[in-house]
Write a protein that binds this ligand. Structure first.
Ligand code: HXC
Length: 481
């Protein structure tokens, strides 16, 4: 069957399976399963397979459970038999400890089959949760995904949307209009751009179906088959760049250039790249072995942590920990974003999620402080006392309770009021005395001050030495954040 797909021809589920699977690897089950409902004329519409194609496929030689909803059969709508087939894929995968990929394209709960359709979703959600953190679950949204149906992808580890056809929303434009009188298009309500930027629902966006399926294969290349399995290895490659930051501590830069100077060439797959851009989360490889990279992004909000970044980072850290990916953390953070907006929206409660995720993680964890690490954000970003295995600092980094200007205004308020011209010197003195990395290195908050040019070799060597710390087995779930 052809692996090509276009929006015009609306490919069926089997073409999509061909596009994602190793050639000839698909083993189907339930191909003749059909609903038993006669109400609303449904007895005249009983397509083989009940609108979903299910089975196992090989992806790069590894077994993966797969279901593909078929929009050409009953609109891919989900009734109890359709749901039972998906549940069986998940049960088999959980038992065999293999990943599951779902290709979603459905009109949602099959209206004619009533509450049994809703219960079908319950059956799937229950299994999503019970498998969470045990086997990787990847959702590829290739068409509509409406109503409560969106909660199955939201429970899985990675959501990929195809920009040309995918829409995800709890209530569609017509209901929105009826309830709020708001006119909104499908795309503005639940298109890939909304979910990859504002809502953060989609981790990855592809232009079309084929690219989305290729991304699903790529994602699997970073994840083990289960929490009990080893990470998949690739041939090691030297980094493509050199790790460096501007000398001027106020000058913004793109931390992704630093990441490329640390990890294997062409190994970076950034997740949630358009959402909470002040924190970069990415899969990558070092010496061929997958790692999770978390890095403050000084070019957005000066790299401050805020609510969105904390939640994005927490989910990523927990996913990496669940599946045994070591964490490489590049720190350049002036603090948590100040202001009433953040405080009243719960930066205390939500910022704690990132702190919790790092402190909970048992995989090898290495931090490198590039330029600055202040206050609570210093602690949260994988610091020594919340369990980092190793913390390195570049020589010029500033590490302190707060920035110099803020500190002298507190410490020397009266002196500065009496002589405002003294402030500049006080700031300089504070910088020299309290912000250099040799102080934290003296008390082992920093293990070693390293030459930026050595970052790759130091991080790679440290991770190699810690490899035995990755304990196979179930660690925890990947709770949505
Ligand atoms: C039964 C459905 C269906 C549904 C589509 N079909 N959705 N049948 N239940 N939910 C059928 C259509 O009747 C049609 O049948 C065929 O599938 C193709 O649908 P079309 O509308 O012709 O296709 P298209 O124009 O491409 O539009 C696709 C669509 C649209 C955007 C998905 O069908 C649609 O809006 N469907 C309803 C979406 C929705 O509101 N879902 C929420 C349901 S409630 P024929 O026989 O004419 O080919 C829900 C709650 C879940 O999901 C809660 C979980 C906890």
């Amino acid at each position: 069957m052809s692996a090509t797909s276009t929006t015009a021809t609306r490919p069926d589920a089997r073409a999509r399976i061909d596009a994602v699977a190793d050639p000839g690897s698909f083993i189907e089950f339930g191909s003749t399963a059909r609903h038993q409902t006669t109400a609303f004329g449904l007895d005249a519409k009983r397509p083989d397979g009940d609108g979903v194609v299910t089975g196992t496929v090989g992806i790069d030689g590894r077994t993966v459970g797969l279901f593909a909803q078929d929009p050409t059969a009953l609109g891919g709508s989900l009734g109890p038999v359709h749901a039972q087939k998906i549940a069986m894929v998940m049960d088999r995968a959980a038992r065999a400890r293999t990943p599951v990929i779902g290709l979603l394209d459905s009109g949602g709960a099959r209206i004619q089959e009533g509450i049994a359709s809703l219960d079908g979703y319950g059956k799937i959600f229950f299994r999503n949760v019970r498998a969470s953190g045990r086997i990787p679950q990847i959702s590829v949204v290739l068409g509509p995904c409406a109503g409560g149906a969106v909660y199955s992808p939201a429970l899985t580890d990675i959501v990929i949307m195809a920009r040309d056809r995918a829409h995800m929303f709890v209530t569609g434009p017509r209901v929105v209009k009826a309830v709020t009188f708001e006119d909104v298009s499908l795309g503005d309500l639940g298109g890939a751009d909304v979910h990859s930027t504002t809502s953060g629902v989609a981790h990855l966006v592809a232009d079309d179906t084929d690219d989305a399926l290729a991304l699903a294969r790529q994602v699997l290349g970073y994840l083990p088959s289960s929490a009990w399995d080893d990470l998949p290895l690739a041939p090691p490659r030297p980094p493509s760049g050199t790790a460096a930051v501007p000398d001027d501590h106020r000058q913004p830069y793109d931390v992704r250039d630093v990441i490329r100077g640390v990890v294997d060439a062409d190994s970076v797959l950034e997740l949630s790249a358009g959402h909470a851009r002040n924190l970069v989360t990415a899969f990558a490889r070092i010496d061929g072995s997958p790692v999770g990279v978390v890095a403050n992004q000084p070019s957005v909000l000066a790299g401050c942590l805020d609510i969105a970044a904390s939640e994005k980072g927490a989910r990523f850290v927990r996913m990496c920990d669940a599946f045994g990916l070591p964490l490489v953390v590049l720190v350049d953070v002036p603090g948590f974003l100040p202001g009433t907006g953040q405080e009243s929206s719960g930066i205390i409660r939500k910022g704690a999620k990132l702190l919790y995720a790092f402190a909970e993680a048992t995989v090898p964890r290495v931090s490198v402080i590039l330029r600055k690490a202040f206050g609570g954000a210093y602690i949260v970003m994988n610091s020594r006392e919340i369990g980092a295995d190793a913390v390195f600092s570049w020589p010029g980094a500033e590490i302190a309770v707060m920035g110099a200007e803020g500190a002298v205004d507190v410490l020397h308020r009266k002196a500065i009021a009496a002589d405002p011209s003294s402030r500049a010197q006080l700031v300089e003195d504070y910088r020299a005395q309290a912000m250099r990395p040799d102080r934290p290195a003296e008390i082992l908050s920093v293990d070693e001050i390293i030459d930026p040019a050595d970052t790759r070799s130091v991080v790679a060597g440290t991770l190699a030495a810690l490899r035995g710390a990755i304990e196979p087995g179930f660690r925890h779930d990947n709770l949505p954040q």
